[in-house]
Design a protein around this ligand. Structure first.
Ligand SMILES: NC(=O)c1ccc[n+]([C@@H]2O[C@H](COP(=O)([O-])OP(=O)(O)OC[C@H]3O[C@@H](n4cnc5c(N)ncnc54)[C@H](O)[C@@H]3O)[C@@H](O)[C@H]2O)c1
Ligand SMILES: [Zn+2]
Length: 358
């Protein structure tokens, strides 16, 4: 069992351990988390893991929010506020989010805003949530006009990461999270990258001996970056490696074609290609990334996507500052830099080489 404490305005204690979900009550007691705990989850997740969480936390009535990205919105949050008010939740109560990024982001937003903020605990149940969304304090919901437009920074008091909860995760969801682990390798750890290259079978089999250390290292990298730059002043941008093109791919396909990590996989390939074209990255490193992504499994097709639409989506993205495109590029496996002078022509060529023809 490992602990990672993340500083920032309010620290988070990040606990990672196989079976840690079973001792949630004592963990929360140790951290002085409110005696009244309101669990927020979804019917799908609760069906798999509800019994276990109930055994760990005592007889609790969960607030179940509908599953899926399209339900990450203010209407659903509002129903949760109602359940909290009716349940008598007060300033001393805590919200325990049990789920993937959708539940974690919504429940986190609810915790950030209910009574101007109550204690939040994250119990992430997808690989993506375990290595990324549960850490760092970004919480929020979608608006019909765009993703994650309504939100806050609200650090969880405790993040309890139990890799054994991933046993029930569909393979495609698992793979989606794995691309974020590849991202951590690309931005900060060649050895993490190499371990995924060497052990894909054990990882997909969710062998704790291989998977848990990879999760620990990913969390450490994210916690490190967030500790140094909670509000994305500069350093935190490196976490966006692969996300400029990735977000654009998600947007032009209306969040229907790709799981988040799949879009990021393409985004990383694009960022590596851009770096090679600029002479910043060795082509052998780009090839190693491409080979790993190919090895992990199939990605949805992109040949039919319109380059003009993707470029337009990139332009609309938050990462365009004063008309110039900030872009995180790799300079080696395990090392990235941010450049702020990427031109549209450059990016167009990258998208063509990536395989977009329309
Ligand atoms: N806050 C952040 O910093 C941050 C970072 C990255 C992503 N996000 C957000 O995360 C969300 C995506 O999260 P996600 O990829 O975890 O998707 P998700 O929450 O939609 O979960 C994916 C699917 O897996 C199911 N599921 C979850 N845990 C399971 C388990 N243990 N066994 C079986 N099924 C399980 C869910 O019911 C869902 O159908 C997006 O909304 C994104 O904006 C937030
Ligand atoms: Zn991501």
């Amino acid at each position: 069992m490992r602990v990672d404490v993340l500083a920032g305005t309010h620290g988070s204690a990040i606990w990672i351990g196989n079976g840690i979900a079973d001792r949630l009550a004592s963990l929360l007691d140790e951290h002085g988390v409110g005696a009244r705990r309101f669990v927020v989850s979804s019917p799908v997740i609760w069906q798999f893991h509800g019994e276990r969480i109930q055994r760990a936390l005592g007889a609790i009535e969960p607030i179940l929010l509908p599953d899926g990205e399209r339900h990450k919105n203010l209407q659903v949050a509002s129903r949760a506020y109602e359940a909290l008010i009716r349940g008598g939740a007060d300033r001393g109560s805590a919200i325990v989010a049990v789920g993937g990024g959708v539940i974690g982001d919504s429940a986190g937003f609810i915790a950030a805003t209910y009574l101007r903020g109550i204690t939040l605990v994250q119990v992430p149940t997808t690989l993506l949530a375990q290595v990324d969304s549960s850490i760092g304090g970004k919480v929020g919901v979608n608006h019909t006009l765009g993703k994650n437009l309504i939100g806050a920074f609200h650090q969880p008091a405790v993040v309890a990461i139990d890799p054994l909860l991933l046993g029930t995760l569909p393979r495609r969801e698992f793979r989606s999270g794995l691309y974020e682990v590849v991202k951590y390798g690309m931005i900060a750890s060649r050895s993490l990258f190499d371990r995924i290259v060497a052990n894909p079978k054990a990882i997909f089999a969710r062998d704790p001996a291989v998977l848990t250390p990879a999760i620990v290292e990913s969390c450490r990298i994210k916690a490190d970056v967030v500790t140094k730059d909670e509000r994305e002043g500069g350093l935190r941008r490196i976490l966006n490696f692969g996300h400029t093109v990735g977000h654009a791919l998600e947007a032009v396909t209306r969040y229907r074609r790709f799981r988040h990590g799949e879009a990021i996989a393409y985004g990383m390939l694009a960022a590596a290609d851009l770096a090679v074209a600029r002479g910043a990255l060795a082509d052998s490193d780009r090839q190693a990334l491409a080979a790993l992504i190919t090895k992990l499994g199939p990605l949805p097709a992109i040949a039919d996507l319109s380059i003009a639409e993707v470029l337009e989506a990139v332009r609309r993205d938050k990462k365009v500052v004063n008309g110039r495109l900030h872009f995180v590029i790799a300079i080696a496996i395990g090392s990235t830099i941010t450049v702020d002078d990427v031109t549209e022509d450059e990016l167009r060529a990258v998208l063509q080489r990536l395989g977009m023809t329309a």
